[in-house]
Design a protein around this ligand. Sequence first.
Ligand code: GLA
Length: 728
Amino acid sequence: MITSPWEGVPTVAFGGDYNPEQWPREVWEDDVALMRQAGVNMVSLGMFSWVFMEPEEGVFDFGWLDDLLDLLHAGGISVDLATPTASPPAWFYHAYPQARVRTRDGVPLPLGPGSRGMASPNSPEYRTAAVRIATELAKRYADHPAVVMWHVHNEYGAPVGEDFSDNAAREFRLWLQRRYTDLDGLNEAWGTAFWGQAYSDWSHVNPPGPTPSVPNPSQSLDFARFTDHQLRQCYIAERDAIRAHARQPITTNFMANECPTTDLFAWAKEVDIVSNDHYLTAADPQGHIGLALAADLTRSVGGGKPWIMMEHSTSAVNWQPRNVAKRPGEMARNSLGHLARGADAICFFQWRASRFGAEKFHSAMLPHAGTDSRTWREVRGLGTTLGEVGEIAGSTVRAQAAILWDTESHWAQSLQWRPSVDVDAKERIRAYYERLWRDGITTDFAHPESDLSAYRLVVAPASYLLTDAAAANLTRYVAQGGTLVVSFFSGVVDEHDAVHEGGFGTPLREALGVSVEEFLPMRSGERAALSWPEPDGGVRELPVDTWQEAVITHGAQVLATFASGPAAEPGYFQDRDAGAGTPAAAAPDGDSAPGSAGGAAAGDGRAGTEAASHGMPAITRHSHGSGTGWYVATKLDVEHLAPVLGAAYADAGLSPSTLPEQVEVVRRHGSGSDYVVILNHSHVGATVPFESGAHDLLTDAPLSGPLDLPAGGHAVVRVPVPDSPEVD
Ligand code: GLA
């Protein structure tokens, strides 16, 4: 199996997208010389060059590319050669106007050439043209010594994802026929008995276009699956065309958590090495935490193997409302942030800043200001740093905690007419991730149906759609000793977006000891609180907003109750039998309070007399088998998740970091040595303890004591195994 171009080579690849067709040939030689100066050892080439490779249909011109590859090779620079299919030439759209994507509102794109974006992923003409150019490239360059990797397309799903063309309608029907065999199967899966939508003929079935009221959610969910599938088929067709001639590893650049139309756990199975693009969001003041999330997700979809940071920016991007320049030192911290979380290659968009076109205000490795610039000096500095840490390549990250990630669930949750527009899967994932990050706990992302046995703690911040198989997997995980923390609005629907029989939360009832009788979403801006018992016997009020629920316990211990808000109103208990549910004294699992949290009452079908006077259960804990299932029935912010997750860590046997919160420490495990990457995101210096035997790779000196890191500083330290400090 082909995995990485650098298998066994102690090198971190460094470089970026190179768009030489925007420059006269004289500049190419300068480029190579400057690349060498900066320590660049790989560039990605060709992603927007289709019209230069094939100026007319079936007429190829590779002379310029031959010269360029030879020039780069002579300069010792490897090439990740791209297929150019993210941007078909004007001649293609002229010849095949029917191959254009059509928007949901019926507008064909492009209306004329003049931008970029693939043609319809459902168009046979596009598929043929894409495979043809991929084949020509592979035949010509399979044996070129500069080409170490193939890069299919560019960012599938952006800017083109959904397509509502006639081609799409035809392919959607075929896809549905394969999935459901006959119309009875389709009608049942889509619940077409509702609003009289039953189909009697396949030709009546269409993509979910504009509708008078909201479209059928099951149909919309299947259309999201179909869209992902069709994009992936485009990738697979090009990949197979290359593989027919070439041996180098093949990738396509993902957009981790940013791409709404691709299910990366499925995509990662199709690439030889995972690669990702990540850009900071200026509006996010903690962008480095979003970066860490994207990096952890990228590593996780690839099964933990080293991956490629294919594109990030040296400074500002150009496509946000306010494009904030990176502060001095930030680019290096960002790059090492990806490296820390498993990247073996650090690349940028792009090598040389474009003088014209839509991206001329985007930063680059070589900025408009040239080599006498801060960016260039920092780029050279980064090249040196990556050269010094080459031995980290091939080492891997091991996480003891995982957050569940299921793209299908996110698709389903984001459809219309949900109980509250304020409930957002990605917001909850980020909040829980950020809590774990601030606590210094390295986290994987895991699909809910995957093997979770390696993790002490599994967090489910947004498992709205949960299949029976996933629920059984999570229940087994708890029974076998795991600690599971589930956030509200989880376990609600099955794979067809139909509510689970038995009501909300039913699939996880065994693991969590609760079910949910009714959702109680809150008004915009409404604030409330829950009562959280402190270890000293006091009670702390934690603020909540957005959401509460009427939680019914089935054996779970109630740790916190709602102090105010809809679930604190006494009426919820009025029509319940006093003896309903499992009596506290006979609670089968004998739940007792963990670490810091004292229990309010054990399961009696309600919150118990004392707790009831304070409202319905807000946070519960349940022993199942040899593990524990937690349920959090409301939205807590990152700060106030701290005591709750702190108590869950105690169950899981995890210790949060004692370093200051903005000092990020991640460990990569190698053979013989581990590597600890430290990034100080704070404005003050920090001290990080190390045992003897540690070696600072950037100063190439043994550490004779704790490492002092200035504000904004970074370090990479080799530590011996197994006597190294317990930092994940
Ligand atoms: C994406 C694309 C690049 C470029 C950058 C700009 O990642 O792949 O071609 O447009 O955005 O940030």
